[in-house]
Design a protein around this ligand. Structure first.
Ligand code: AHR
Length: 333
């Protein structure tokens, strides 16, 4: 009998020791598991899933998030999805199993997030959307969404085009380089532009195709546009990088970007602003990537259980060629 009791006690001690060892590993184990480190020393741990590194905008956005996390004393678990939704879903699931304090992400596409967001909600981990929205009807799946109004950006581009070609009798032959298929900025910038231009029969959209927000694809698609359409008057590119790739294609075709073919883009990153100041782009609608400081403030509030606004809108402007020349020396990204 005594032997039986001792065996049970010893067994219990061993199980307790094993559990303690597991817990210790999870907390301390330098394999990138954030929660442990954060919960031990009171530091907030944020799991962040980034879209990729497709553009100058994205590079500036990543830098802003990493620097702001450090300045705010937030431990960042950063994951690059390389423009693939399945990688983002994997990253979010890994953040959930690490029990981070908060998850933030910029969704590569708008649809298909409900299941994984529900998993985060069930695990009691709050989510913040940054830069891009999801189309989920259940708004309780995330706490807030911080970023630009992409429809308004498209409208601003359209308004400039209308004004620029106000005295032209037409037709004004246009081509459009869209962002990656299914992404909120691609859908919304297209819609915003069309809502302004669409009602005027003078404007003809000859071709509109995805250039995935990259310079390489922007160049490739513009080459195809130029081969198929000898008389293009205007290019609308959903970001600077695709516009910059298209400039290379236009020059290689023996045409002058900004003169033979007018160009309007979105973002206003340094390279885009330089091309604008050099007369190769005609107008840029700004989209600010500097979301880091506001994101960290919101994260602290959410973790503290404070109420935050459902939508935090980024303030933005537009640039003409002259305005780009004066803004360039102080441009941070
Ligand atoms: O979601 C923001 C967009 O994504 C930027 O305008 C574009 O450059 C980036 O790739």
């Amino acid at each position: 009998m005594l032997r039986k009791v001792s065996a049970v006690v010893l067994g219990g001690v061993l199980v307790a020791a094993a559990l303690a060892a597991c817990g210790g590993q999870e907390r301390g184990g330098g394999s990138g598991t954030g929660s442990g480190a954060g919960k031990d020393d009171g530091q907030i741990v944020m799991g962040f899933s980034q879209v990729g590194a497709e553009s100058g905008w994205r590079t500036a956005n990543t830098k802003s998030i990493q620097e702001s996390a450090e300045a705010a004393g937030i431990k960042l678990q950063f994951s690059d999805a390389q423009q693939k939704q399945e990688n983002q879903i994997k990253a979010i699931r890994s953040f959930i199993s690490q029990k981070v304090d908060i998850i933030a992400f910029s969704p590569v596409v708008e649809s298909g997030w409900d299941t994984v967001l529900k998993e985060a909600k069930d695990a009691g981990i709050p989510v913040i959307l940054t830069d891009r929205a999801v189309d989920s009807p259940d708004k309780t799946l995330y706490k807030t969404f911080i970023g630009s109004d992409f429809v308004v950006e498209g409208q601003k581009a359209g308004e400039w085009v209308k004004q620029e070609f106000a005295s032209a009798s037409g037709p004004v032959n246009m081509v459009e380089l869209q962002g990656n298929t299914g992404a909120a900025p691609a859908i919304d910038r297209k819609e915003g532009f069309a809502s302004v231009i669409g009602s005027d029969p003078k404007f003809k959209m000859l071709a509109s195709q995805p250039g995935d927000f990259t310079r390489v694809k922007g160049k490739e698609v513009m080459e195809a546009f130029l081969r198929a359409n000898p008389d293009i008057d205007l290019l609308y590119a959903h970001n600077d990088d695709m516009g910059l790739g298209a400039i290379e294609a236009i020059e290689a075709a023996g045409k002058k970007p900004g003169t033979d073919i007018k160009i309007v883009t979105v973002d206003a990153v340094k390279d885009g602003m330089q091309a604008l100041a050099d007369g190769k782009i005609n107008f840029i609608v700004e989209c600010s990537p500097l979301l880091g400081p506001q994101l960290m403030d919101l994260a602290k509030k959410v973790v503290a259980g404070e109420t935050v606004p459902e939508r935090v809108l980024t303030e933005e402007t537009t640039f003409t060629q002259e305005q780009a020349k004066s803004a360039l020396p102080d441009r941070k990204y």
